[in-house]
Write a protein that binds this ligand. Structure first.
Ligand code: FAD
Length: 296
C-alpha cells in the first residue's frame, strides 16, 4: 500500500483526528485515493486480500469505538470539485458544507440554504439523507454518481431511483458515493445570504455548535422529538466521564474534555434505557457506530 499510495496512506491513524467528537481508536489503514481509477484499484486490492473497507466523510455523524477500525478506511476529502450545469450544482463527495455554501452565494444559486449548517462532506450528506424540518437531500438531488466495488467505472443514477429514508440513503453494500447534482434556482445574492445567516443564527441559538459533538444522537420517533423525550426524562447535563448530554440541546452529546467512546456509548445506552422506561419509546440511533470496542 505504501508503494502504491505513498503519503496518501497512513497506518494506525487515530480516528479522533477525523471525527467531530474527537474520540475513537486507530484505523489500520487510512487511505485518500486521488481519483476514481485509484479508488477502483483500492477496492479490488481489498477484495483480493479479503480486507474490510468503509468510507468516512468528516465524521460529523460517526462514533468510532475505542478499539478503532479494522481494514481500510477510505477518505474522499480531497475530491472537492464544484461546478454548475445549467441549474444543477454538481459537487464531488469531498466538498465541505462551507465550500458548498460559498459556491452557491458566488453563483447566485438558491435552494440549498437549509443544508449550510449541516456540517460534513457531500458524501456524508447523501448517505445520511441529511436535512432539517424543511427539506432533506432526497428533495433536492437530481442524480448521484457512484462506484460499485465490482464495477470498472462510475455510474450516474437518477436520485428518484434510489431508496431515500429518514436520515438514510439505503444502498446495497459495497457502494461508494462519488458526488451528486443538486437542483437550484437563480436568486439575488443578498436574499441567499440572508437565508444562510438566518439558518446559522437559528442553529447557534438552539444547538451546541461550537462544542465537540456529532449532531443528533437519536432519530426522532414518529410524531415526537428525541430531544424533547430526553429532556423530559431529566437527562440534560447527564454525564459519563467527560461525555455529557448538552445542556443546550438534549439530543446532542458533547465531549467536554477527554471522553472515550466507551463513555459516549454508555451515555447513549443509559439515555435509551431511561427514555424507554418512562415512555415505552425505544429510541433508534441516528449516529453511525463503527469499529471495535476494545483494542487487543
Ligand atoms: C452541530 C451539528 C449539527 C448537525 N445538524 C444536522 C442537521 O440539522 N441535520 C442532519 O441531517 N444532520 C445534522 N448533523 C449530523 C451531520 O452533520 C450529518 O449527518 C452529515 O451529513 C455528516 O456528514 P459527514 O461527512 O461528517 O459524514 P460521516 O459521519 O463521515 O459519515 C456518515 C455515514 O456516511 C457514510 N459515508 C460518508 N461518505 C460516504 C461516501 N462518499 N460513500 C458512501 N458512504 C459514505 C459513512 O460510512 C457513514 O456511515 C449535525 C452534526 C453536528 C455536529
Amino acid at each position: 500500500m505504501r508503494q502504491h499510495f505513498g503519503q496518501r496512506v497512513r497506518f494506525d491513524e487515530p480516528m479522533g483526528r477525523h471525527t467531530s467528537l474527537q474520540v475513537g481508536g486507530p484505523a489500520d489503514a487510512y487511505v485518500r485515493p486521488k481519483d476514481v481509477a485509484e479508488l477502483h484499484h483500492l477496492l479490488e486490492w481489498c477484495r483480493d486480500h479479503t480486507l474490510a473497507w468503509r468510507v468516512l466523510g468528516k465524521g460529523f455523524n460517526t462514533l468510532v469505538l475505542d478499539g478503532g477500525l479494522r481494514g481500510v478506511t477510505i477518505s474522499l476529502a480531497s475530491w472537492r470539485t464544484l461546478s454548475l450545469e445549467d441549474d444543477l450544482v454538481v459537487a464531488q463527495a469531498g466538498v465541505t458544507h462551507s465550500a458548498f455554501a460559498r459556491f452557491c452565494v458566488e453563483h447566485e444559486r438558491s435552494g440549498m440554504e437549509f443544508a449550510v449548517g449541516i456540517p460534513g462532506l457531500v458524501g456524508g450528506w447523501l448517505r445520511m439523507n441529511a436535512g432539517t424540518r424543511e427539506r432533506e437531500m432526497a428533495d433536492v438531488t437530481e442524480w448521484v454518481e457512484l462506484l460499485r466495488a465490482d464495477a470498472q467505472s462510475a455510474e450516474r443514477v437518477p436520485a428518484r431511483a434510489l431508496c431515500w429514508k429518514y436520515r438514510e440513503l439505503e444502498l446495497e453494500p459495497e457502494i461508494v458515493l462519488l458526488g451528486a447534482a443538486f437542483r437550484t434556482t437563480r436568486a439575488p445574492v443578498l436574499e441567499i445570504q440572508a437565508r444562510l445567516d438566518a439558518q446559522l443564527e437559528r442553529r447557534k441559538a438552539t444547538q451546541p455548535v461550537n462544542a465537540r459533538s456529532f449532531g443528533s444522537v437519536f432519530k426522532n420517533p414518529p410524531q415526537d422529538h428525541a430531544g424533547r423525550l430526553i429532556e423530559a426524562a431529566g437527562l440534560k447535563g447527564a454525564r459519563v466521564g467527560d461525555a455529557e448530554i448538552s445542556p443546550i440541546h438534549a439530543n446532542f452529546i458533547v465531549n467536554t474534555g477527554h471522553a472515550r467512546a466507551s463513555d459516549v456509548l454508555e451515555l447513549i445506552e443509559h439515555t435509551r434505557g431511561k427514555v424507554q422506561a418512562e415512555t415505552g419509546i425505544r429510541l433508534e440511533t441516528e449516529v453511525r457506530i463503527e469499529g471495535e470496542a476494545t483494542w487487543d
